[in-house]
Design a protein. Structure first.
Length: 167
């Protein structure tokens, strides 16, 4: 059970993801003599609703980090506000979807999400001939989840960067 055992489980309004996982588990464990009810598939569908929310959260975090990398390492000045606009949109989506359980999962998977974001940013930078920027991309994630989520926080652009653009 996500979030540990509770007599009534996680509340729907408090943590939708944990609620879906708990409800699916409860549904599967309920005794049923009526075989007309497709319990396993209904439980799977409920579980999948939670997984969709988790995937959306991970996708938005990856998108934000990708644009952080472009802001911090690309010398281009034209698309900067477009990248910032994408970050704003992703943060808005995260505010609607992020639950306590999904936040913990995001903390645990941040390194993997960074690898995905780095790969996408690297391809975009290469596509624009920004090979020095690609070479400067850090191997490990230089950002915290709090920075990803903080409204109005952006990494410094290359010209303002000293040695670490995450400050």
């Amino acid at each position: 059970m996500p979030d540990g055992p509770r007599p009534n489980g996680p509340r729907y309004d408090d943590d939708f993801y944990a609620w879906t996982q708990y409800q699916a588990e409860v549904l599967r464990s309920m005794p049923s003599t009526d075989n007309r009810f497709d319990r396993e598939n209904v439980a799977e569908e409920i579980e999948d609703l939670g997984k969709s929310a988790r995937d959306a959260v991970q996708s938005q975090i990856t998108r934000i980090i990708e644009h952080f990398l472009k802001l911090a390492y690309s010398p281009a000045d034209r698309p900067r506000y477009g990248w910032m606009g994408s970050i704003v949109g992703a943060r808005q989506a995260l505010r609607r979807k992020l639950t306590p359980t999904l936040r913990r999962e995001a903390e645990e998977t941040l390194a993997t999400l960074y690898e995905d974001a780095r790969e996408t940013a690297e391809l975009a930078l290469r596509d624009h001939g920004e090979h020095d920027a690609v070479a400067a991309l850090p191997e490990a994630c230089p950002y915290t989840l709090d920075q990803v989520l903080t409204r109005g926080w952006y990494p410094d652009p290359p010209s303002a960067t000293t040695t670490d653009p995450s400050h």
